[in-house]
Design a protein around this ligand. Structure first.
Ligand code: SRM
Ligand code: SF4
Length: 556
């Protein structure tokens, strides 16, 4: 591709001196809370975004004030795991440098918002002291690797979980810029060590996501990833992984060239060596063939469709030096988290708690943040995050269960999780306003209220036990994976949402637009009719998403 056609970000990457850019100079500029424009792209590779409080934009503009800039920082947590002492460190950093809300994301990690420019370095240093980093959680690079939760459900789960870290390590950038800029300015770097055969100096054309699912649970939404691994377990042994490529959800309103796509399974790798090799080469093919001129069309899904699945598979095989075996059969049955207390094969206990929209804070109903700090202080539970934005207190010995249960009870967590309705617990919303610059409508600040209005309809039609999956995003980028839900709400304008139907419960079929740009009253009246018809006309055992597809409410 000629340099003339390259998107602006391509130049920024290659000229960034190993992702250094002029970040240091930007940080020293005390006149503004912002950083230089090019550096805004570079810091993403270090796991942070420049944002501003959109609620305050108008009033500040009226006073002729600059926007209220701050930064969101996202941790790299392969498989979504923290030790109790790391949770305590996170809690303290959140209180000291951010809004205080600890946000669990849809990719099994944690974000902190509202960090001002002068607090970025202390935040990263405090993370580093707790053996945590935010490297490559944003930017055109492999992101946080997700993995089915409950890793100790069986010995195989633990074995599969270890892959999240191995893959994350394999695909880390070689530059030491993160450590030089944020941790130790005196760090001497040998240029040779920074040579990066995978990312070179141009990195990938776009973000890249990997998720690992352990059937029958598809809690990671494996097909929505650029690269999905499906663990194949036979006779209690991990045989290898089916590999799916080309998942991605973003659509741009009004741009017909963009579309959501679920990954296509291209084959099976029967050893760790082959799996890692195939993953690596999927990235090199995307690096070399992905679209570097139009960022809207740069994700792997467009590369796979442009060149064809068969070509893509052969190119990966050619580079890897072996052929993938035919895909193995597998069956997904759900995407849900399993709330409450559960015991695993080793006799250890797990408590999955419901965290609405992944926001850990204390409010009038539940002192969740305080409860979790108290649990962490006991040192008796690890912290695991789910791709449904919930949290699992894990690996708890029988002897410690009662003490943890008492803390959860004292601060209202048990009641909060137990009393939340099935649809509320299975729902998810992205961040959207006020921090997301791309939001067209509210999501996490609005979905809890909307669910409160949908609950009476569910009750009216006696559907309380249905494991319905409802998801909302403030725009069609799909951060709350709204395209992969049974009832999806996708923001089009303030207070307006496309109503999406037809997606299945297990995450193997995307939904489609049923009605465009509905306001709340229209949403509720549509759902009332849909629930009534579902109750009356569903087949035995038929789930809502399958029903809406069968009835032809949306066309496939
Ligand atoms: Fe996302 C951009 C939040 C998961 C697709 N996403 C953003 C930004 C950073 C806005 C921006 O570019 O400035 C949002 C920051 C909001 C904020 O204030 O925190 C944002 N995305 C999120 C999170 C925090 C939503 C949440 O509530 O949990 C999720 C963080 C995951 C993580 O830990 O890494 C998040 N984003 C997703 C997912 C779901 C997933 O990966 O499972 C998707 C859809 C799947 C996919 O990638 O196709 C997703 N986010 C996007 C896109 C569209 C990418 C594209 O292909 O065009 C953007 C916009 C972009 O990259 O240009 C985006
Ligand atoms: Fe922002 Fe849109 Fe992602 Fe929601 S889906 S966080 S509104 S980019």
């Amino acid at each position: 591709m000629s340099g003339k056609n390259l998107s602006a970000i391509e130049r920024i990457k290659t000229q960034s001196e190993g992702l250094r850019g002029t970040i240091k100079e930007s940080l020293l500029d005390e006149i503004t809370g912002a950083i230089r424009e090019d550096d805004q792209a570079v810091i993403k590779f270090h796991g942070m975004y420049q944002q501003d409080d959109r609620d305050k934009r108008e009033s500040r503009a009226a006073k002729k004030l600059d926007r209220l800039y701050s930064y969101m920082i996202r941790l790299r947590l392969p498989g979504g795991f923290l030790l109790p002492q790391q949770w305590i460190a996170m809690h303290e950093v959140a209180n000291e440098h951010s809004t205080g809300v600890i946000k669990i994301t849809t990719r099994q990690t944690i974000q902190l918002h509202g960090i001002i420019k002068s607090s970025i370095q202390p935040t990263i240093q405090a993370f580093n002291a707790a053996k945590l980093d935010s490297i490559a959680t944003c930017g055109d690079i492999n992101r946080n690797v997700t993995c089915s939760t409950h890793p100790k459900e069986s010995p195989i789960h633990e074995q599969v979980f270890a892959y999240a870290d191995k893959i994350s390590q394999l695909l880390m950038p070689k530059t030491k810029a993160y450590y030089q800029i944020w941790i130790d300015e005196q760090l001497v770097v040998d240029k040779k060590e920074e040579e990066d055969p995978l990312y070179q100096d141009r990195y990938l054309p776009r973000k890249f996501k990997i998720g690992i699912a352990i059937p029958p649970n598809n809690d990671v939404d494996v097909f929505t990833n650029d690269l999905g691994l499906i663990a194949i377990i036979e006779n209690n042994k991990l045989k290898g992984f089916n590999i799916a490529v080309g998942g991605g959800l973003s659509v741009t309103h009004g741009n017909p060239e963009t579309y959501a796509r679920l990954g296509t399974v291209i084959g099976f790798a029967d050893s760790e060596e082959k799996t890692l090799r195939a993953i690596y080469e999927v990235l090199t093919v995307q690096r070399d063939y992905g679209n570097r001129s139009d960022r809207k069309l740069a994700r792997l899904k467009y590369t796979v469709d442009k060149y064809g699945v068969e070509w893509f598979k052969q190119e990966v095989e050619k580079r890897a030096g072996f052929e993938l075996a035919p895909a193995k059969p597998y069956q997904f049955e759900s995407r849900k988290d399993h709330f409450g207390w559960k015991q695993n094969h080793e006799g250890l206990w797990y408590y999955t708690l419901f965290v609405e929209s992944g926001r850990v804070l204390d409010d009038e109903q539940v002192a969740m943040k305080t409860a979790l700090l108290e649990v962490a202080k006991t040192g008796k539970a690890n912290f695991r995050f789910t791709c449904n934005q919930n949290l699992i207190l894990s690996d708890i010995e029988e002897a410690d269960k009662a003490a943890i249960d008492a803390i959860l009870k004292q601060f209202g967590v048990l009641k909060h999780t137990k009393n939340a309705s099935e649809i509320r617990k299975n729902s998810m919303a992205c961040v959207a306003l006020p921090t997301c610059p791309l939001a067209l409508a509210e999501a996490q600040r609005y979905l809890p209220d909307l669910i409160g209005k949908i609950e009476p309809l569910i009750k009216k039609h006696q559907l309380e036990k249905e494991p319905l999956i409802i998801r909302m995003t403030g725009c069609p980028n799909g951060c709350g994976r709204s395209h992969a839900s049974e009832i999806g709400f996708i923001g089009t304008a303030p207070g307006k949402y496309n109503l999406m139907l037809g997606g299945d419960n297990e995450g193997a079929r995307l939904n489609k637009i049923y009605k465009e740009s509905l306001d709340e009253a229209a949403i509720l009246s549509e759902l009332d009719v849909l629930f009534a018809t579902f109750k009356k006309e569903r087949k035995k055992g038929e789930q809502f998403g399958d029903f809406t597809k069968r009835k032809g409410y949306v066309t496939y």
